[in-house]
Design a protein around this ligand. Structure first.
Ligand SMILES: [Zn+2]
Length: 467
């Protein structure tokens, strides 16, 4: 290292990486100035980038200015805290080498000493340092992953990000308004309340705003209701960590959590919400011969096109004019809607099968907890524990499947308050898919061919039965 006076640029960078100590920009500059003094170099400029991790690839204006000054000959030495302050990526070093090639620029760092990039040895040293810096960055993300994993497996609540809805800002204790409301919503939806009405209610209530702001949507409400943390479950990389109890207070029991998940994962619910029924009774009416759903089609009968219902199976199970059947069904539905108890038909009700599935989930959950306790206390062997918990897991999934089947998609909200005077108006306001759902909920519609000995002679071949 020569001792001739040099015009030095000090480059400092504050990294988000907090693994190093005492690397604040001011401290870096002070140490760099001290180094320049020892080396007999004049400081001609100080460039700095703040709070930018070089690896993120964001622009570094200070670094760009440094390279410009070196390539323009305004300076012939570069001083920094450590090699990784200049260059995190091998690419950064190559940029620097390109610029100072042949200019005899010297580089000195507080932590790694001075090296002359104009010599092969100096360049090798710099490349090695860059490789180490790169390795350190990789290790940093490994370290973060490891910390995240450790946190999840210890059941410690994550403190970053928005406050989870339902808890106080300490993220451990339950918010006195949101917590009970969330639990009630989970129970209500499990027992048949629609997401649509829950979303409408919460969006109308300023106390129920999402923690991140904005409004509730299907996707966010579904996610909220099924969030494993509600039941005190810890999650790592999208998976629930087994046998870990979170250090925060749960809003629902494990059984209640499993019940809502079973209900919301029910494929029939999704299918029904998204299926666009174009025609009133298509898929609702059934074939009297084979019980397949009937399709609506337009066929040419004696030179005139007519809407008909015909069997979806493709077999010739007769065709029937659609319009009179539609009219008969509407007449029956309106008649039913004008009865004083009509609103009761559409009130969410817990079916007895839903109740027994929920009770079974509770029971099985409690039994699983007992078995785990027995195993922990050494009352049962590992083999017994394995066999018993496998059997209980089987029981649990059977109960969940039963719950999913029982919990059918619910009715349009307007029907929940329907009264005899309003029946017709409410009906007229419904969309075709909603009309289909209502007809399907109230009536079974079976269409027979004229050849059917028993029902073929019914008006339009259509048998209507109240469900
Ligand atoms: Zn058929």
């Amino acid at each position: 290292m020569d001792r001739e006076p040099r015009a030095a640029i000090i480059y400092t960078r504050m990294s988000l990486d907090k693994s190093g100590e005492g690397q604040g920009v001011e401290r870096q500059e002070t140490e760099c100035r001290a180094l320049c003094k020892r080396l007999g170099w004049d400081v001609v400029a100080v460039h700095e980038d703040n709070d930018i991790s070089a690896i993120s690839g964001k622009a570094r204006p200070g670094w760009q200015a440094t390279l410009q000054a070196l390539s323009g000959g305004e300076a012939n030495a570069l001083v920094g805290w450590a090699p990784d302050r200049f260059m995190r990526r091998p690419r950064d070093l190559e940029d620097l080498l390109d610029i100072i090639e042949g200019r005899g620029v010297q580089v000195a760092t507080v932590t790694a000493g001075a090296y002359d990039l104009s010599t092969p040895g100096g360049r090798l040293f710099a490349r090695t340092m860059t490789a180490f810096a790169r390795m350190e960055t990789d290790q940093k993300s490994e370290r973060q992953k490891a910390q995240e994993r450790q946190r999840a497996y210890a059941g410690v609540r994550r403190q970053s990000g928005a406050r989870p809805f339902g808890w106080l800002p300490d993220r451990v204790n339950i918010d006195p308004v949101e917590g009970p409301a969330l639990r009630q919503a989970i129970l209500d939806v499990t027992h048949g309340k629609s997401l649509r009405s829950l979303i409408a209610e919460w969006n109308a209530d300023p106390a129920m705003r999402p923690s991140r702001g904005g409004e509730w949507h299907y996707s966010t409400i579904r996610e909220l209701l099924q969030r494993p943390a509600n039941a005190g479950l810890s999650v790592y990389q999208g998976e629930v960590v087994p046998n870990v109890v979170g250090d925060w207070l749960p809003i629902v029991t494990l059984a209640e959590h499993e019940a809502i998940c079973a209900v919301l994962r029910n494929p029939a619910r999704r299918l029904n919400a998204s299926s666009k029924k174009k025609y009133f009774l298509a898929g609702v009416a059934r074939c009297g011969v084979c019980d397949a759903p009937m399709n609506r089609a337009s066929v040419n009968i004696r030179g005139k096109y007519r809407a008909v219902y015909r069997c979806r199976s493709g077999a010739n199970h007769g065709i029937r004019s659609a319009v009179p059947i539609d009219e008969a069904v509407v007449e029956h539905v309106l008649d039913r809607l004008s009865k004083p108890d009509a609103a009761d038909l559409f009130r969410p009700r817990t079916k007895s099968a839903t109740r027994s599935a929920l009770a079974e989930i509770e029971r099985t959950r409690a039994r699983l907890t007992e078995v785990e306790k027995d195993y922990a206390e050494g009352t049962i062997t590992g083999a017994q524990f394995k066999a018993t918990s496998a059997a209980l897991a089987e029981r649990l999934s059977t109960a969940q499947a039963a719950l999913a089947i029982e919990n059918q998609p619910s009715m349009p909200e307007s029907l929940r308050k329907v009264n005899p005077a309003k029946g017709e108006a409410v009906w007229a306001s419904l969309s075709v898919p909603d009309k289909s759902s209502v007809a399907d909920a109230l009536l079974s519609v079976t269409i027979y061919p004229t050849s059917d000995p028993e029902f073929g002679s019914l008006p339009y071949g259509c048998l209507l039965e109240w469900k």
